[in-house]
Design a protein around this ligand. Structure first.
Ligand code: 5GP
Ligand code: ZN
Length: 110
């Protein structure tokens, strides 16, 4: 389920502004910011504003649409149009922050 905010969650703190972070994109449902430890020349995280554990727990269509709209915006603004999109889901599969997020990775910025 989605809840507004999980007080122990680092991405909820980024969304709320408690951890100051520069947003390079935002819409009603999601924010985008640079990954602290980039794995590629362009490495952006797109994060829904509401807390959910991973993409499979996101059930509200308008929120999913908001996330994917922002992915489209940041890929067109910050990459040359070629990129990887990754949602690590579950610790075995590499998830370390348990608030849904998309990694946008590209070898070439715009
Ligand atoms: P995961 O491993 O869960 O798929 O991805 C979590 C990502 O969040 C990692 O790539 C990590 O570098 C990034 N990250 C963790 N803490 C912070 C933070 O406080 N600020 C930013 N900008 N990125 C973070
Ligand atoms: Zn959260």
């Amino acid at each position: 389920m989605n809840t507004e905010e999980n007080l122990d969650c680092i991405f909820c703190k980024i969304v709320s502004g408690e951890i100051p972070t520069e947003f390079i994109g935002e819409n009603e449902h999601a924010v985008a910011f640079k990954d602290l430890y980039p794995q590629a020349p362009v490495h952006i995280l797109v994060v829904p504003k509401s807390h959910s554990e991973n993409i499979s727990k996101m059930i509200i269509k308008s929120e999913l649409e908001g996330v994917f709209d922002l992915i489209r915006t940041v890929t067109s603004e910050f990459t040359d149009g070629q990129f990887k999109l990754q949602f690590n889901s579950g610790s075995r599969e590499g998830q370390t922050v348990f608030h849904t997020h998309a990694h946008v990775l590209s070898q070439q910025s715009k």
